[in-house]
Design a protein around this ligand. Structure first.
Ligand code: ATP
Ligand code: MG
Length: 451
């Protein structure tokens, strides 16, 4: 569809220039994107703003996705009204953000429409850090100025539901046609203003199957270190967008190709370079992608536990080789890995707690005698722990027999469960020996009583 559209609109020549030369207006007859593809909440917002005398357009990712035949996951609105004017029009709205003020308008139980006011040129009225990163910026501007402040040409498209026209200031439609992701303006300066744009480039290219255009790609490698200046919470948000984009593996490969894993997700390289680790991460990401595409819920804690498992394994081995017993060594290894990641990525505590719970269950799956398997079944994290075990087996880390045993055990009746228990006399004897070693002064009566 796009190919035909481009031929009609531009006579078959993809746009070459990257500077805006006034907008191109693309009519409904050409692009065929109907109002029915737009969420009714977004339509209500544009209509109300327009009735109040303001400009209002669906903008950014939604227009881009619709042109590519993808169902947008959200609809953002750009308007000439200030945040205060928008807020005054919608009862269920609130102004949020410090760096950029925007308005969230809520519909139904949880649909949120993000409304942003046209922003002015980047070189006026903003505060930057020493590397050129914009810290505060609330200068309003015209639609054209707003378009040129956006990151990629394919994201600077404005759809007016009333006229069903698309306004294109930066040749975004043409770039979509030739599958190119092109930065608006001078790429190096734009990355300095906001280093997260480098991650967005990797994610959008992977998700949309676009190629990062040469000038847009060139500065990334040498500027990658600027990501260290980005607040950890924002990096974490971007990481979640990457991992839950439905194209996680491609996104991570893109990050690596662009040299963006260093200092951002510092352990990624190590993980992906271990033969077992790579397979494990790939399986975990693949199952996440499939769940996202099937609209099923996904667990952030589980995925992070998977991404970092081989780091934990390496640290666990290392600590044991220094003479520590297996279980305390595992707990020390978990803390070591989590500490590094919490610092770099600000993994919120609620996720690191889940990760630790999943990891800590793993050795317990190997104990198949006595009451222990029954106690493990009662753990609230049993299901996640078991799925994790299955992933480890699928990656070749351990024998599938253990997974099959647990698959049967959890669904069996009590009699069958008792029959399945493994007797481990040598293990019990070893345990007694350990206890005796730990209590050298204990007399025979005391040792017997402690059993
Ligand atoms: P997604 O499919 O992930 O929602 P998106 O492009 O819509 O992709 P959003 O984060 O929803 O991403 O941003 C909406 C729009 O805001 C973008 O299309 C782009 O025009 C603009 N934008 C977002 N982040 C930046 C940025 N860091 N610099 C410049 N413009 C940005
Ligand atoms: Mg969006």
């Amino acid at each position: 569809m796009i190919r035909r559209l481009i031929r009609r609109v531009f006579g078959g020549t993809p746009a070459q220039g990257r500077k805006a030369r006034g907008p191109r207006v693309i009519s409904f007859a050409e692009h065929q994107i109907d109002r029915t593809s737009i969420s009714s909440a977004a339509l209500k917002v544009t209509q109300k703003l327009q009735e109040a005398g303001f400009d209002a357009f669906v903008v950014g990712g939604a227009v881009r996705d619709l042109l590519l035949g993808i169902i947008p996951k959200d609809f953002d609105i750009a308007t000439s009204a200030t945040p205060e004017q928008v807020h005054a029009l919608f009862r269920r709205s609130r102004i949020i953000g410090r760096r950029f003020k925007i308005v969230h308008v809520t519909f139904g139980r949880d649909e949120i429409i993000e409304v942003t006011t046209y922003r002015g040129p980047a070189d006026e009225g903003h505060v930057t850090d020493d590397h050129g990163r914009i810290l505060h910026d609330n200068v309003w501007g015209t639609q054209e100025q707003d378009a040129l402040r956006r990151d990629f040409t394919v994201n600077a498209l404005y759809y007016n539901p009333a006229s069903r026209e698309i306004v294109d200031y930066a040749n975004g439609v043409a770039d979509l046609q030739v599958k190119q992701l092109v930065m608006i303006g001078d790429p190096e300066q734009r990355y300095r203003e906001d280093p997260v744009r480098m991650l967005r480039a990797a994610r959008l290219a992977a998700k949309l199957g676009l190629e990062i255009e040469e000038n847009t790609r060139a500065p990334i490698e040498s500027l990658a270190a600027l990501l260290q200046n980005v607040p950890a919470a924002r990096l974490f948000d971007e990481m979640l967008k990457l991992l839950f984009s439905g194209h996680a593996w491609e996104c991570l490969s893109q990050l690596r190709q662009q040299g963006l894993h260093h200092g951002f997700f510092p352990l990624l390289d190590v993980i992906m370079e271990q033969p077992l680790g790579e397979k494990f991460v790939m399986l975990a990401l693949d199952s996440t992608d499939q769940r996202i595409r099937a609209d099923k819920p996904v667990s952030v804690g589980f995925l992070f536990a998977s991404l970092l498992w081989h780091e934990v394994l390496a640290a666990w081995k290392d600590i044991q080789s220094q003479g520590e017993n297996p279980l305390p060594a595992l707990f020390q290894a978990m803390d070591r890995v989590i500490d590094v990641q919490e610092e770099k990525l600000a993994i919120p505590r609620r996720y690191s707690v889940t990760m630790k719970e999943i990891w800590a269950l793993q050795p317990r799956f190997e104990q198949r005698s006595g009451r222990r398997p029954f106690r493990l079944l009662e753990q609230p994290r049993f299901r996640s722990g078991f799925d994790f075990l299955a992933l480890r087996a699928a990656s070749g880390e351990l024998d599938n027999e253990l997974v099959e045993w647990w698959a049967e055990f959890q669904n069996a009746d009590n009699a069958r469960r008792e029959a399945m228990l493994v007797t481990e006399p040598t293990g019990a004897a070893a345990k007694k020996r350990r206890r005796r070693r730990r209590k050298p002064d204990a007399g025979p009566a005391e040792a017997a009583g402690s059993e």
